[in-house]
Design a protein around this ligand. Structure first.
Ligand code: GDP
Length: 198
């Protein structure tokens, strides 16, 4: 897919206020600092479409971007950051769960995982929740340039094993990406293109 246009549409904290246009939508989510903004900028080939983080957990809104005039890329807030109050965490959780449960246009969620890290409870629990709520998702491993290719393969295997132990019968599709090198861009965009055609 060629990216001909990528425009910021709006930021919201409530799913009811999100764009009404019934376009297919793809959501990007992960722990703060996972490389989500960099990935969105890499995919869209825009330097500053998504703001790369100064302070983790700063962007706590649902951000809609319209791509090529025919689908939405949604930048969801990063989870798992330490420096916010319990109350803020609860509010955040509510609007994210509301978003996933109620956003009919959502075609697929991309859960970002830093390839260098061991499987983390918070990510596994989040994926389990998506599964239980029948929300289709894929895993996007980020920062692959930081490891040697053989280590990347081992890490992907490790992650899949962790999911299999965690009651999954089948592991979700995954993509290996690097925003600095552009790795995985074609694969991710082709995947979205394919889903848009269905
Ligand atoms: P966000 O908080 O998830 O939006 O993460 P950012 O996109 O702001 O990235 C967090 C940090 O990781 C920044 O210092 C980025 O430069 C770095 N980073 C993000 N993606 C990559 C990548 O693919 N490779 C490398 N080497 N660094 C990355």
């Amino acid at each position: 897919m060629k990216i001909k246009s990528a425009d910021f549409v709006m930021s919201n904290s409530k799913v009811e206020s999100c764009p009404k246009e019934p376009l297919p939508e793809y959501a990007f989510i992960g722990r703060s600092n996972v490389g989500k903004s960099s990935l969105i900028n890499m995919l869209t080939q825009r330097k500053n479409l998504a703001k790369t983080s100064g302070r983790p957990g700063k962007t706590q809104l649902i951000n809609h971007f319209k791509i090529n005039g025919n689908w939405f890329l949604v930048d969801l807030p990063g989870y798992g950051y330490a420096r916010v109050s319990k109350k803020a965490k609860k509010t955040f959780q509510k609007y994210i769960t509301d978003y996933f449960r109620r956003r009919r246009q959502l075609v697929c969620a991309f859960v970002l995982i830093d390839i260098r890290h061991e499987p983390q409870k918070i990510d596994l629990e989040f994926m389990q929740w998506l599964g239980e709520n029948m929300i289709p998702f894929c895993i996007v491993f980020t920062k692959a340039d930081k490891l040697k290719p053989a280590v990347v393969a081992t890490k992907v295997d490790q992650y899949q094993n962790a999911l299999l132990q965690d009651v999954w019968e089948e592991v979700p599709s995954s993509f290996v990406t690097s925003s600095t090198k552009g790795t995985g861009r074609d694969e991710l965009l082709s995947y979205i293109s394919e889903l848009n055609r269905q």
